[in-house]
Design a protein around this ligand. Sequence first.
Ligand code: HEM
Length: 519
Amino acid sequence: AGFPSVLRSGLSKMGVPSDILDLLFGFINAQEQYPKIPEAKGSLDAVRSEAFFIPLYELYLTYGGIFRLSFGPKSFLIVSDPSIAKHILKNNPKNYSKGILAEILDFVMGKGLIPADGEIWRVRRRAIVPSLHMKYVGAMINVFGEAADRLCNKLDDAASNGVDVEMESLFSRLTLDIIGKAVFNYDFDSLTNDTGIVEAVYTVLREAEDRSVAPIPVWEIPIWKDISPRQKKVSKALKLINETLDQLIAICKRMVDEEELQFHEEYMNEQDPSILHFLLASGDDVSSKQLRDDLMTMLIAGHETTAAVLTWTFYLLSKEPRIMAKLQEEVDSVLGDRFPTIEDMKNLKYATRIINESLRLYPQPPVLIRRSLDNDTLGKYPIKKGEDIFISVWNLHRSPELWDDADKFNPERWPLDGPNPNETNQNFRYLPFGGGPRKCVGDMFALYEAVVALAMLVRRFDFQMALGAPPVKMTTGATIHTTDGLKMTVTRRMKPPIIPTLEKMPAMVGDSSVGFLKD
Ligand code: HEM
C-alpha cells in the first residue's frame, strides 16, 4: 500500500471520523490520479513589466494552453486554449464569477453589469440588453457621424496649421462624447472643452486602470483614503460624477413623466434616444445607486475600448499604405460625401474587416478575468474552487497554432462576403467581445461606431506617423494603450471628382450638351 493509505488507516485508528478522511484523501487521490496543471517558472519581474500580457505570451509558447503562474501565496491560471475558454465562458459560465475584477472595480462600478455576478447580474442584464435594439443603434449612427465630423473639423485645423496631432487622446475624447450621448444623453463636448466633469471622468478611469495593475492595494488601507492627495482627488471626482448622474436621472425622469409615448419593444424617444431614457420608460424598478452603477459601467465599457480600437487601427494602417488605399476607395464609392447611415454599414465591408482584424491583433481588454466558484475540470485538469483565472484573448488571437501569419495585419483573412467573424463561427479562437452569457452588450454599437469614425476620417484625410514621433509601444491598463501616444501628421486628401448621377441631371436639362443623358 502507498503512503496515503498507510496514513489513512493510521489516522482512522486515532479516531479521525471517516467523512473527514474521505474529504482529505479524496483530494490527495484526485491529485494522484489526474494530471497536474503545468507550473510556469516565469520571472516575476517580467510579468510586472508594463504590458503584462507579453510575457504571458512567451510562457504560453512554452507551457501551452493552460498553466499556473505563482507569486508567493497567490497563483493564477492562464488560459490560452479555445476549448477551455469556451468551457469557462459558454458551457459552464455559472461556475465562474468576475473575481478580482469585481474587487478592483467596486469603487467605480459598484454592482454594475460588468462586475456584477449571480442574481443581480441576471436581473440587470435582462433590463439593459433590450435598450440596445436595432432602432437605437440606427439612431446612434447619426450620433457617431456628428461626433466624427467634429473630430474632422479639429483635424482640418491641424492640417491647415501644419501641426501634428496625438490621435490616441483625440479618439478617447471622440468616444467619450459619443458614449455620454448614447448612455445618458449628456454632451461632454470633450473634443472642444475641458470641463470639470471631463477631468473627473479621466481621474476615475486612470485610477481604475492603475488599481488593476498595482501590486499592493494601498487604497484598502482605511485612513489612506483620507490622507492621500490622490485618493482625495478620486473621491472628489466620483462625487462630481455621481451628482451629475443624479441630475441627469432626475431630468430624464421628468421627461418620461411628461411624454405620451407608449412603451414597446423598440421604444425610443427621438429627442433623447439614450439607454437611460429607455430604462426609465420601461419602468425599470431599480435603486438609484444601481442605476448609477450601470450607467458608470457602460460609460467606461463603451469609452476606452472603442478609443483603443481606433488608435490601434490607425497605427496598423499607417504601416500598410496598400490597405489604406483600398479602404479609401471603398469609402469614396459607398459614402461619397454623405454622413453614413445604417444601410451603409453592410456596404462598408472592407472597413468592417479592418476593424475585425484590428480587434484580433489588439483585443480590448487583452485578458478576461474569472474566479471559479466550485471545483471543475479544465481540459484534462481538475481545478478547485477559488482559482483566479486569466483567459488571455491576446494569446488566442495571436497563437501560431490557430492562425496563419498570426502577427500579420491582414484584413483579407476575413472574406468580404463571409459572415462577420465572432466567437461562435471562429470556435472561440476569436473573442473580440467575449462569449457566452456575459458577452459584450455593445458589440454592434461598438463595431458600427468604429466603422463610422474610420470611414469619415479616412475619407477626408491621409494619416502618417509624424516625423520624429516616439516609437509606438504598448502599456496596459484595462485596455491596451500606447506608451507615448500616437503622433500623426494629418493631410487633407485631394477630393476625388464627384461623378454626377442621373438623378442630379434635371437641373441641367436646358443644357443641350448634356441633353443626351435624358433618355
Ligand atoms: C462586456 C469588449 C464596447 C458594454 C464586454 C466584454 C468584452 C467587451 C470582451 C466581455 C468581458 C468579460 O467577459 O469579462 C468590448 C469592446 C468594445 C466594447 C472591444 C469596443 C470595441 C462596448 C460598448 C458598450 C459595452 C460601446 C456599451 C454600450 C459592455 C457591458 C459588458 C461588456 C455592459 C458586460 C456584459 C455582462 O457582463 O453581462 N465588452 N466592448 N461595451 N461590454 Fe463591451
